[in-house]
Design a protein around this ligand. Structure first.
Ligand code: THU
Length: 131
């Protein structure tokens, strides 16, 4: 999968963002190991805490369709700069994509890759539950 292409899917998903409170649109495109793409946008709520980030929308859509194995997620936002995933989304990435990577694009168009492991060092995982 061409990472430019994955970013294009994320940009399309960003258009669907429901953001009446922050007006900050985020789009994500999640790539499975088998090559399928699931997209997501952020979905806000008048009760702010019920807001769902674009990344988790993509993961939850995919997992609810039976997917378990992911290789990468592209994230874009209305900032037009690199938007790093929040802590909760990093934890979800650790659950389903610990060996994968995040794709971001800088304001001048450069594509950057960040390993999930580097974004959430010492992640809490299922192994911790059996200690
Ligand atoms: N947001 C995301 O969708 N993903 C991120 O990685 C950072 C934050 C959303 C949540 C909220 O709708 C808005 O951006 C402002 O925090």
């Amino acid at each position: 999968m061409d990472l430019h292409n994955l970013l294009e899917y994320a940009k399309e998903a960003q258009k669907k963002a429901y953001v009446p409170y922050s007006n900050f649109q985020v789009g994500a495109a999640l790539l499975t190991k088998s090559g399928k793409i699931y997209t997501g946008c952020n979905i806000e709520n008048a009760s702010y805490g019920a807001t769902n980030c674009a990344e988790r929308t993509a993961f939850f859509k995919a997992v609810s369709e039976g997917e378990r194995d992911f290789q990468a997620i592209a994230i874009v936002s209305s900032s037009g700069q690199e938007t790093f995933p929040c802590g909760i989304c990093r934890q979800v990435m650790a659950e389903f994509m610990l060996g994968g990577f995040v794709v971001l694009q800088t304001a001048d168009g450069e594509i950057k890759e960040y390993q999930t492991k580097d974004l959430l060092p010492f992640a809490f995982t299922e192994e911790d539950l059996s200690k």
